[in-house]
Design a protein around this ligand. Structure first.
Ligand code: FES
Length: 154
């Protein structure tokens, strides 16, 4: 159920668009920012608010890797595995993160500190291999850069 505060936030968001439905992506970002993930209930609430089918909301949530259907760790590594990054060592980076944190792609550590995701092109191929560390892009990845980010989180 959307709170009255959040409904006011959505009203402000949707007011920027000619059609309320066009605010789907910002509405989803707002709810994820608030809850850390987008639950089936949140999908239903957003669909009802925007007057669109819930299946449409779910299609968007499940298509974009930026939206999380499960809670992610405080430190979320989303490593690109597409061509440019693959050619410049993304597989080694993914393997390294997995080994030192004992994680497989799609998993979160039991303490909730770290998550690892493998994603498609982040649109920053010039920095390959690249990942998103939470909301920040980190390019020209090395094991040393990974170690620094892990140290900051522990
Ligand atoms: S291929 Fe990795 S950012 Fe484009």
């Amino acid at each position: 159920m959307l709170t009255s505060d959040f409904l006011q936030e959505l009203d402000k968001l949707t007011a920027k668009y000619e059609k309320k439905q066009a605010a789907l992506l910002p509405a989803l970002h707002a709810i994820q920012e608030k809850q850390g993930l987008i639950t089936p209930q949140a999908e239903a609430d957003i669909a009802q608010y925007l007057g669109i089918p819930v299946v449409h909301v779910h299609e968007v949530v499940s298509f974009y890797h930026l939206f999380h259907q499960t809670q992610k760790g405080k430190c979320h590594f989303s490593v690109c595995q597409t061509t440019s990054c693959a050619l410049r060592g993304a597989e080694d980076i993914i393997e390294y993160i997995g080994k030192i944190l004992d994680l497989k792609p799609g998993e979160t550590t039991a303490d909730g500190k770290f998550s690892l995701s493998v994603v498609e092109c982040l649109g920053a191929c010039e920095m390959a291999p690249v990942m998103q560390h939470n909301k920040d892009y980190v390019g020209c990845l090395t094991k040393e850069k990974i170690n620094e980010l892990i140290k900051k989180t522990v």
